[in-house]
Design a protein around this ligand. Sequence first.
Ligand SMILES: O=C[C@H](O)[C@H](O)[C@H](O)COP(=O)(O)O
Length: 233
Amino acid sequence: MSPAEQLKRQAAARAVDLVRSGMKLGLGTGSTAKHFVELLAERVKEGLEVVGVPTSEQTRALAETLGVPLATLDEQPVLDLTVDGADEIGPGLALVKGGGGALLREKIVATASAQMVVIADESKHVATLGTFPLPIEVVDFGVTSIRRSIEKAGKAAGCHGLLTLRRGPDGHVFVTDQGHLILDAAFGVIPDPGLLAARLAEVAGVVEHGLFIGLASRAILAGASGVTVLDRA
Ligand SMILES: O=C[C@H](O)[C@H](O)[C@H](O)COP(=O)(O)O
């Protein structure tokens, strides 16, 4: 395993220690969350009793293969703990998420959870959000017009930058699990994430954006000198 993957696994292992029998869990998406699902599956094999609600088809397939008992969010609408990765972790544990395109289900699942713990290698911890382009999920109608409205909303929040329609590795337009498109907004700096989130929420056609504010209560960050736990004040 590469050094970067080892760090992700260390953060995931610390999060697995928070899981107790009987818990209803939100299962995140991405390469870091994958480690969590794999380690959780090992505990399930040892007798840990949990039920997981996956935040993507990718995670559902992985958890199913590994034998983690699953439910839909409609079957388990109230969760104890969600463990998920992030693209950036900023002040107050505000997050940028959606690099893997799962932001909509991830935000719904995190909102349904008593606690959200974010796991990452320490390179994701930043002083200001925005270097990672902000994923914005939009409907598949009038994207050019929606893009203009997003640009206006961004400017009103002090954010300027190019918006790119996401494509998959095959070159085709990327479509989310919910059948929407993603515009990646390369703002560079997001001076006021709360203000930007409020402005984006007003844009017709924006289904959800990757700013997760006030959702994560803890971040587990793994680095060369060990694992650091940050709790939101
Ligand atoms: O849509 C994907 C998610 O928000 C991921 O949790 C995020 O992109 C981080 O992924 P990774 O752990 O692979 O860096």
